[in-house]
Design a protein around this ligand. Structure first.
Ligand SMILES: NC(=O)c1ccc[n+]([C@@H]2O[C@H](COP(=O)([O-])OP(=O)(O)OC[C@H]3O[C@@H](n4cnc5c(N)ncnc54)[C@H](O)[C@@H]3O)[C@@H](O)[C@H]2O)c1
Length: 337
Protein backbone atom coordinates (compact mmCIF):
# COMPACT_ATOMS: atom_id res chain seq x y z
CA UNK A 1 0.00 0.00 0.00
CA UNK A 2 1.04 3.58 -0.61
CA UNK A 3 -0.03 5.52 2.48
CA UNK A 4 0.02 9.15 3.56
CA UNK A 5 0.13 9.61 7.34
CA UNK A 6 -0.51 13.07 8.77
CA UNK A 7 0.85 13.83 12.24
CA UNK A 8 3.54 11.18 11.77
CA UNK A 9 5.94 12.96 14.16
CA UNK A 10 3.46 12.66 17.04
CA UNK A 11 3.01 10.20 19.89
CA UNK A 12 0.87 7.70 17.94
CA UNK A 13 2.02 8.69 14.44
CA UNK A 14 5.62 7.75 15.13
CA UNK A 15 4.50 4.26 16.17
CA UNK A 16 2.26 4.06 13.11
CA UNK A 17 5.22 4.68 10.78
CA UNK A 18 7.04 1.81 12.49
CA UNK A 19 4.06 -0.59 12.05
CA UNK A 20 3.54 0.42 8.41
CA UNK A 21 7.23 0.06 7.56
CA UNK A 22 7.31 -3.37 9.29
CA UNK A 23 4.38 -4.34 7.05
CA UNK A 24 6.31 -3.38 3.91
CA UNK A 25 4.18 -0.35 3.01
CA UNK A 26 5.43 2.80 1.31
CA UNK A 27 4.83 5.73 3.65
CA UNK A 28 4.83 9.48 3.26
CA UNK A 29 4.47 11.52 6.41
CA UNK A 30 3.16 15.07 6.66
CA UNK A 31 3.69 16.98 9.89
CA UNK A 32 4.10 20.59 10.84
CA UNK A 33 6.80 19.62 13.33
CA UNK A 34 5.17 21.18 16.41
CA UNK A 35 7.19 18.82 18.63
CA UNK A 36 10.54 18.76 16.83
CA UNK A 37 13.31 18.51 19.39
CA UNK A 38 11.03 16.75 21.91
CA UNK A 39 12.06 13.24 20.77
CA UNK A 40 12.71 10.76 23.57
CA UNK A 41 14.18 8.20 21.21
CA UNK A 42 14.81 8.27 17.43
CA UNK A 43 11.59 7.46 15.56
CA UNK A 44 11.54 5.14 12.53
CA UNK A 45 11.67 7.35 9.42
CA UNK A 46 8.96 7.51 6.77
CA UNK A 47 10.04 6.96 3.14
CA UNK A 48 9.26 10.61 2.46
CA UNK A 49 8.54 13.41 4.92
CA UNK A 50 6.74 16.68 4.24
CA UNK A 51 7.06 19.49 6.75
CA UNK A 52 3.74 21.15 6.01
CA UNK A 53 0.39 22.12 7.45
CA UNK A 54 -2.21 19.54 6.37
CA UNK A 55 -4.46 22.43 5.39
CA UNK A 56 -2.03 23.21 2.57
CA UNK A 57 -2.12 19.76 0.93
CA UNK A 58 -3.67 20.01 -2.54
CA UNK A 59 -5.52 17.21 -4.37
CA UNK A 60 -2.51 17.04 -6.69
CA UNK A 61 -0.21 16.24 -3.73
CA UNK A 62 -2.54 13.39 -2.68
CA UNK A 63 -2.77 11.63 -6.04
CA UNK A 64 -1.68 7.99 -6.15
CA UNK A 65 -2.19 7.09 -2.47
CA UNK A 66 -4.24 4.03 -1.49
CA UNK A 67 -5.04 5.45 1.93
CA UNK A 68 -4.75 8.66 3.95
CA UNK A 69 -4.41 8.14 7.72
CA UNK A 70 -5.20 11.49 9.25
CA UNK A 71 -3.75 11.89 12.74
CA UNK A 72 -2.53 15.51 12.71
CA UNK A 73 -4.47 17.46 15.33
CA UNK A 74 -4.26 19.69 18.33
CA UNK A 75 -4.59 16.59 20.45
CA UNK A 76 -5.06 18.01 23.87
CA UNK A 77 -8.03 18.99 26.06
CA UNK A 78 -6.29 21.79 28.00
CA UNK A 79 -4.99 23.41 24.78
CA UNK A 80 -8.50 23.16 23.34
CA UNK A 81 -9.95 25.01 26.31
CA UNK A 82 -7.25 27.69 26.14
CA UNK A 83 -7.64 28.32 22.42
CA UNK A 84 -10.79 26.58 21.16
CA UNK A 85 -10.76 28.43 17.81
CA UNK A 86 -7.38 26.91 16.92
CA UNK A 87 -8.59 23.43 17.87
CA UNK A 88 -11.65 23.81 15.58
CA UNK A 89 -9.56 25.33 12.76
CA UNK A 90 -7.13 22.39 12.73
CA UNK A 91 -9.14 19.40 13.98
CA UNK A 92 -12.48 20.10 12.29
CA UNK A 93 -11.95 22.52 9.37
CA UNK A 94 -8.47 21.24 8.47
CA UNK A 95 -9.69 17.64 8.52
CA UNK A 96 -12.64 18.44 6.26
CA UNK A 97 -10.40 20.29 3.79
CA UNK A 98 -8.00 17.34 3.73
CA UNK A 99 -10.79 14.77 3.27
CA UNK A 100 -12.23 16.77 0.35
CA UNK A 101 -8.77 16.99 -1.25
CA UNK A 102 -8.27 13.22 -0.78
CA UNK A 103 -11.64 12.52 -2.40
CA UNK A 104 -10.88 14.82 -5.32
CA UNK A 105 -7.49 13.11 -5.75
CA UNK A 106 -9.23 9.70 -6.01
CA UNK A 107 -7.81 8.31 -2.72
CA UNK A 108 -10.20 5.42 -1.97
CA UNK A 109 -9.86 5.30 1.84
CA UNK A 110 -9.56 7.98 4.52
CA UNK A 111 -8.96 6.89 8.13
CA UNK A 112 -9.76 9.66 10.60
CA UNK A 113 -8.24 9.66 14.09
CA UNK A 114 -11.37 10.20 16.19
CA UNK A 115 -11.66 9.74 19.91
CA UNK A 116 -13.80 7.99 22.53
CA UNK A 117 -13.88 11.37 24.28
CA UNK A 118 -16.86 12.15 21.99
CA UNK A 119 -18.99 10.15 24.48
CA UNK A 120 -18.10 12.59 27.26
CA UNK A 121 -20.05 11.02 30.06
CA UNK A 122 -21.56 7.55 29.84
CA UNK A 123 -23.91 5.86 32.27
CA UNK A 124 -22.94 2.74 34.18
CA UNK A 125 -22.89 0.55 31.05
CA UNK A 126 -20.24 0.75 28.31
CA UNK A 127 -21.43 2.90 25.41
CA UNK A 128 -21.20 1.65 21.83
CA UNK A 129 -21.01 3.55 18.54
CA UNK A 130 -24.77 4.17 18.51
CA UNK A 131 -24.54 5.80 21.94
CA UNK A 132 -25.29 9.45 22.60
CA UNK A 133 -22.41 11.80 21.80
CA UNK A 134 -21.91 14.23 24.68
CA UNK A 135 -18.54 15.91 24.08
CA UNK A 136 -17.41 17.85 27.14
CA UNK A 137 -14.47 19.80 25.68
CA UNK A 138 -13.58 21.81 22.56
CA UNK A 139 -11.24 18.99 21.53
CA UNK A 140 -14.01 16.38 21.72
CA UNK A 141 -16.52 18.68 19.97
CA UNK A 142 -14.02 19.28 17.15
CA UNK A 143 -13.81 15.51 16.62
CA UNK A 144 -17.63 15.10 16.57
CA UNK A 145 -18.08 17.92 14.07
CA UNK A 146 -15.26 16.65 11.81
CA UNK A 147 -16.88 13.20 11.74
CA UNK A 148 -20.29 14.68 10.88
CA UNK A 149 -18.94 16.72 7.97
CA UNK A 150 -16.53 14.12 6.54
CA UNK A 151 -19.18 11.40 6.67
CA UNK A 152 -21.20 13.36 4.09
CA UNK A 153 -18.38 12.80 1.56
CA UNK A 154 -18.73 8.97 1.62
CA UNK A 155 -19.70 7.37 -1.69
CA UNK A 156 -18.85 4.35 -3.87
CA UNK A 157 -15.33 5.64 -4.53
CA UNK A 158 -14.48 7.29 -1.21
CA UNK A 159 -14.60 5.42 2.10
CA UNK A 160 -14.00 7.55 5.17
CA UNK A 161 -13.73 5.58 8.45
CA UNK A 162 -13.76 7.13 11.92
CA UNK A 163 -11.51 5.42 14.45
CA UNK A 164 -12.76 6.52 17.86
CA UNK A 165 -9.74 5.48 19.89
CA UNK A 166 -9.52 4.98 23.63
CA UNK A 167 -7.00 7.06 25.60
CA UNK A 168 -3.53 5.99 24.53
CA UNK A 169 -0.65 5.11 26.82
CA UNK A 170 2.69 3.35 26.62
CA UNK A 171 6.11 3.79 25.16
CA UNK A 172 6.64 5.89 22.05
CA UNK A 173 9.75 7.67 20.74
CA UNK A 174 7.62 10.84 21.02
CA UNK A 175 6.71 10.27 24.67
CA UNK A 176 3.77 12.17 26.20
CA UNK A 177 3.12 12.31 29.94
CA UNK A 178 -0.12 14.28 29.63
CA UNK A 179 -2.07 11.03 29.14
CA UNK A 180 -3.52 9.52 32.29
CA UNK A 181 -1.62 6.21 32.60
CA UNK A 182 1.69 7.69 31.42
CA UNK A 183 1.20 10.64 33.76
CA UNK A 184 0.64 8.50 36.85
CA UNK A 185 3.60 6.27 36.00
CA UNK A 186 5.83 9.27 35.25
CA UNK A 187 4.85 10.85 38.57
CA UNK A 188 5.73 7.61 40.39
CA UNK A 189 9.18 7.57 38.77
CA UNK A 190 9.88 11.28 39.19
CA UNK A 191 8.61 11.78 42.76
CA UNK A 192 7.81 8.39 44.27
CA UNK A 193 4.20 9.56 44.50
CA UNK A 194 1.31 8.85 42.14
CA UNK A 195 -0.56 12.13 42.00
CA UNK A 196 -4.23 11.81 41.07
CA UNK A 197 -5.83 15.10 40.04
CA UNK A 198 -9.45 13.86 40.46
CA UNK A 199 -11.12 11.75 43.14
CA UNK A 200 -10.05 8.68 41.15
CA UNK A 201 -13.58 7.58 40.21
CA UNK A 202 -13.72 8.62 36.49
CA UNK A 203 -13.70 5.82 33.94
CA UNK A 204 -11.36 5.78 30.94
CA UNK A 205 -10.90 3.16 28.26
CA UNK A 206 -7.19 2.68 27.54
CA UNK A 207 -5.23 1.45 24.52
CA UNK A 208 -1.51 1.04 24.01
CA UNK A 209 -0.23 3.47 21.34
CA UNK A 210 1.28 0.62 19.31
CA UNK A 211 -2.04 -1.27 19.35
CA UNK A 212 -3.81 1.91 18.24
CA UNK A 213 -1.36 2.14 15.33
CA UNK A 214 -1.91 -1.54 14.48
CA UNK A 215 -5.68 -0.97 14.37
CA UNK A 216 -5.18 1.77 11.74
CA UNK A 217 -3.19 -0.63 9.57
CA UNK A 218 -5.70 -3.46 10.04
CA UNK A 219 -8.56 -1.16 9.03
CA UNK A 220 -6.61 0.07 6.00
CA UNK A 221 -6.42 -3.56 4.88
CA UNK A 222 -10.04 -4.57 5.73
CA UNK A 223 -12.62 -5.00 2.94
CA UNK A 224 -14.09 -1.59 2.07
CA UNK A 225 -17.72 -2.71 2.10
CA UNK A 226 -17.40 -3.72 5.79
CA UNK A 227 -16.25 -0.30 6.99
CA UNK A 228 -17.27 2.47 4.56
CA UNK A 229 -18.56 5.51 6.50
CA UNK A 230 -18.46 3.72 9.87
CA UNK A 231 -17.42 5.06 13.25
CA UNK A 232 -15.60 2.27 15.10
CA UNK A 233 -14.49 2.33 18.74
CA UNK A 234 -10.84 1.30 18.93
CA UNK A 235 -9.89 -0.47 22.12
CA UNK A 236 -10.87 -3.46 24.20
CA UNK A 237 -13.94 -3.64 26.48
CA UNK A 238 -11.95 -5.22 29.31
CA UNK A 239 -9.49 -2.28 29.25
CA UNK A 240 -11.95 0.24 30.76
CA UNK A 241 -10.45 1.44 34.05
CA UNK A 242 -11.27 3.84 36.83
CA UNK A 243 -8.35 6.22 37.38
CA UNK A 244 -7.80 4.86 40.91
CA UNK A 245 -7.35 1.34 39.45
CA UNK A 246 -4.73 2.64 36.99
CA UNK A 247 -2.97 4.21 39.98
CA UNK A 248 -3.11 0.90 41.89
CA UNK A 249 -1.51 -0.92 38.97
CA UNK A 250 1.23 1.72 38.80
CA UNK A 251 1.80 1.40 42.56
CA UNK A 252 2.16 -2.36 42.19
CA UNK A 253 5.08 -2.06 39.76
CA UNK A 254 7.00 0.98 41.07
CA UNK A 255 8.58 0.08 44.42
CA UNK A 256 7.57 2.38 47.33
CA UNK A 257 5.41 4.69 45.19
CA UNK A 258 2.46 6.07 47.18
CA UNK A 259 -0.92 7.15 45.80
CA UNK A 260 -1.84 10.78 46.59
CA UNK A 261 -5.01 12.70 45.77
CA UNK A 262 -4.77 16.41 44.89
CA UNK A 263 -6.06 18.56 47.74
CA UNK A 264 -9.00 19.92 45.72
CA UNK A 265 -9.72 16.60 43.99
CA UNK A 266 -13.30 16.19 42.84
CA UNK A 267 -15.07 14.03 40.30
CA UNK A 268 -13.99 14.66 36.70
CA UNK A 269 -16.79 15.60 34.31
CA UNK A 270 -15.26 13.31 31.65
CA UNK A 271 -16.02 9.72 32.56
CA UNK A 272 -16.94 7.01 30.08
CA UNK A 273 -16.82 3.27 29.65
CA UNK A 274 -16.81 2.10 26.07
CA UNK A 275 -18.01 -1.03 24.28
CA UNK A 276 -15.52 -2.16 21.64
CA UNK A 277 -17.34 -5.23 20.34
CA UNK A 278 -17.91 -3.78 16.84
CA UNK A 279 -14.16 -3.79 16.20
CA UNK A 280 -14.08 -7.51 17.09
CA UNK A 281 -16.93 -8.22 14.65
CA UNK A 282 -15.24 -6.29 11.83
CA UNK A 283 -11.75 -7.69 12.46
CA UNK A 284 -12.34 -11.09 14.13
CA UNK A 285 -8.66 -12.08 13.85
CA UNK A 286 -7.22 -8.84 15.22
CA UNK A 287 -5.61 -9.17 18.67
CA UNK A 288 -4.12 -6.48 20.89
CA UNK A 289 -0.51 -7.01 21.93
CA UNK A 290 -0.74 -5.16 25.25
CA UNK A 291 -2.79 -5.03 28.43
CA UNK A 292 -2.40 -2.05 30.79
CA UNK A 293 -0.13 -4.17 32.97
CA UNK A 294 2.33 -5.20 30.24
CA UNK A 295 2.27 -1.71 28.70
CA UNK A 296 3.16 0.10 31.93
CA UNK A 297 5.79 -2.51 32.82
CA UNK A 298 7.51 -1.82 29.50
CA UNK A 299 7.26 1.96 29.92
CA UNK A 300 8.51 1.68 33.49
CA UNK A 301 11.65 -0.09 32.21
CA UNK A 302 12.10 2.75 29.70
CA UNK A 303 11.75 5.39 32.46
CA UNK A 304 14.48 3.61 34.43
CA UNK A 305 16.77 3.31 31.38
CA UNK A 306 16.38 7.02 30.63
CA UNK A 307 16.71 8.05 34.28
CA UNK A 308 13.39 9.92 34.07
CA UNK A 309 13.20 12.47 36.88
CA UNK A 310 11.50 15.57 38.28
CA UNK A 311 12.99 17.92 35.65
CA UNK A 312 11.54 15.73 32.88
CA UNK A 313 8.16 15.69 34.60
CA UNK A 314 8.04 19.44 35.16
CA UNK A 315 9.59 20.51 31.84
CA UNK A 316 7.93 21.20 28.45
CA UNK A 317 9.36 18.31 26.44
CA UNK A 318 6.77 15.63 27.21
CA UNK A 319 3.76 17.86 27.98
CA UNK A 320 1.97 19.12 24.87
CA UNK A 321 0.32 22.16 26.40
CA UNK A 322 3.67 23.55 27.50
CA UNK A 323 5.33 22.99 24.10
CA UNK A 324 2.35 24.19 22.07
CA UNK A 325 2.02 27.38 24.06
CA UNK A 326 5.65 28.19 23.32
CA UNK A 327 5.29 27.40 19.60
CA UNK A 328 1.99 28.92 18.59
CA UNK A 329 3.68 30.86 15.81
CA UNK A 330 4.19 27.58 13.90
CA UNK A 331 0.45 27.37 13.27
CA UNK A 332 0.24 31.15 13.14
CA UNK A 333 -0.93 31.45 9.56
CA UNK A 334 -4.31 30.06 10.60
CA UNK A 335 -7.05 32.70 10.44
CA UNK A 336 -8.10 31.50 13.86
CA UNK A 337 -4.86 32.42 15.57
N1 LIG B 1 -3.17 10.08 22.27
C1 LIG B 1 -4.42 9.70 22.55
O1 LIG B 1 -4.75 9.29 23.68
C2 LIG B 1 -5.47 9.73 21.49
C3 LIG B 1 -6.67 9.07 21.72
C4 LIG B 1 -7.65 9.12 20.77
C5 LIG B 1 -7.43 9.80 19.59
N2 LIG B 1 -6.26 10.44 19.38
C6 LIG B 1 -6.06 11.15 18.12
O2 LIG B 1 -4.99 10.53 17.44
C7 LIG B 1 -4.25 11.51 16.71
C8 LIG B 1 -2.79 11.44 17.12
O3 LIG B 1 -2.68 11.71 18.51
P1 LIG B 1 -1.25 11.91 19.19
O4 LIG B 1 -1.45 11.60 20.62
O5 LIG B 1 -0.24 11.19 18.42
O6 LIG B 1 -1.06 13.49 19.03
P2 LIG B 1 0.30 14.35 19.08
O7 LIG B 1 -0.10 15.68 19.61
O8 LIG B 1 1.36 13.59 19.78
O9 LIG B 1 0.71 14.47 17.55
C9 LIG B 1 0.00 15.25 16.64
C10 LIG B 1 0.95 15.61 15.50
O10 LIG B 1 0.21 16.39 14.55
C11 LIG B 1 1.04 17.46 14.12
N3 LIG B 1 0.15 18.55 13.67
C12 LIG B 1 -0.72 19.25 14.43
N4 LIG B 1 -1.38 20.15 13.65
C13 LIG B 1 -0.91 19.98 12.39
C14 LIG B 1 -1.20 20.58 11.14
N5 LIG B 1 -2.14 21.56 11.05
N6 LIG B 1 -0.55 20.17 10.04
C15 LIG B 1 0.39 19.20 10.12
N7 LIG B 1 0.72 18.58 11.28
C16 LIG B 1 0.07 18.97 12.40
C17 LIG B 1 1.90 17.82 15.32
O11 LIG B 1 3.10 18.46 14.91
C18 LIG B 1 2.14 16.46 15.95
O12 LIG B 1 3.35 15.88 15.52
C19 LIG B 1 -4.90 12.84 17.02
O13 LIG B 1 -5.80 13.14 15.97
C20 LIG B 1 -5.63 12.60 18.30
O14 LIG B 1 -6.73 13.46 18.44
C21 LIG B 1 -5.26 10.42 20.29
Amino acid sequence: MKVLVTGHRGYVGSRLIEVLKDGGHHVTGCDLGLFEGCEWESPVQADESLVADVRELTPHALEGYDCVMHLAAISNDPMGELQPELTFAVNRDGSVVLARAAKEAGVPRFLFAGSCSVYGKSGTLPVDEAGVLAPRTAYARSKVEAEEQIKLLADEDFAPVFLRSATAYGHSPMLRIDLVANNLLASAHAFGSIRIMSDGTPWRPLIHCRDMARAFVALAEAPTERIRGLAINIGSTDENYQVREIARQVASIVPNAMIEYAADAGPDDRSYQVDFSLLGRILPDFRFEYSLRSGIEELSRKFREHGFGAADFDGPRFVRLRTLQARRELIGHSEAV
